[in-house]
Design a binder for this molecule. Structure first.
Ligand SMILES: [Zn+2]
Length: 232
């Protein structure tokens, strides 16, 4: 009997050891998977500047300040790329995906703009009606503003109240003396941008900021530097 008792005791101890081992293994698995998941979902800061095309290559880019086809008829950017903070890239990706269900998409005219470019624009045109005063900085300097319009599946722009950067009363959201289809297009863009946390600028139908844009500081990192640092 003593022998049987000792064997049972030994079995019990072995079972306890196995149970402890299983518990430790499960704990390790949970810790490892938590680490892997956190690495996959948030490897970098949401505030970091990223290349929008890495997040959604279907969004059409027409970066006007990389060409002479802009209000100043000057080239300000060395490359036609759209850099924005990661949180903006993620939101624009979601907006593009939702728009595609209605056979539409986004076209971006401008994203992040270095403060040095705002200074250059101010040297050419020191008028706050058209250019941000570099003392205050432009909303685009914060990396959470985009100039944007809607396109159809072929990439053709939908009709909007004015051309991009046409600083007239017609460009303002309160302007209503417009054909029905144009009012509808402007409203479609505004509705979806607001749905994802952007705020319209009253005087420019194409300009949107993150609602909490003031929380993001003004930056002066040039395009070449960001291009070197940008990670997907
Ligand atoms: Zn703008």
């Amino acid at each position: 009997m003593i022998h049987i008792f000792e064997v049972s005791k030994l079995k019990l101890i072995n079972n306890q050891k196995i149970t402890v081992k299983i518990k430790v293994s499960i704990l390790l698995l949970v810790l490892i998977s938590t680490f892997v998941v956190s690495c996959n979902t948030s490897p970098y800061a949401e505030s970091e500047l990223v290349d929008l095309s890495f997040y959604n290559s279907r969004i059409v880019l027409d970066i006007r300040y990389a060409t002479k086809n802009n209000y100043f008829q000057e080239i300000f950017y060395p490359v036609p790329r759209c850099f924005v903070r990661r949180i903006v890239a993620l939101k624009l990706d979601s907006i593009q995906t939702e728009l595609e269900t209605g056979n539409l998409g986004l076209k971006i005219f401008d994203g992040y703009r270095p403060l040095s470019v705002t200074r250059k624009m101010w040297e050419i045109l020191p008028d706050e009606r058209y250019v941000a005063n570099p003392q205050k900085g432009s909303r685009h300097n914060r990396g959470v503003a985009v100039d944007v319009t809607l396109v159809d599946l072929t990439g053709r722009e939908l009709l909007m109240p004015t051309a991009f950067d046409e600083f007239t009363e017609r460009a303002a959201h309160h302007y209503q003396d417009l054909p029905e289809d144009i009012l509808k297009n402007r409203a479609t863009l505004k509705n979806i941008m607001e749905k994802y946390g952007f705020k319209a600028l009253e005087d420019e139908w194409w300009h949107y900021d993150l609602t909490n844009y003031q929380q993001y500081p003004i930056l002066d990192i040039d395009f070449e530097t960001i291009a070197k640092q940008t990670k997907p």
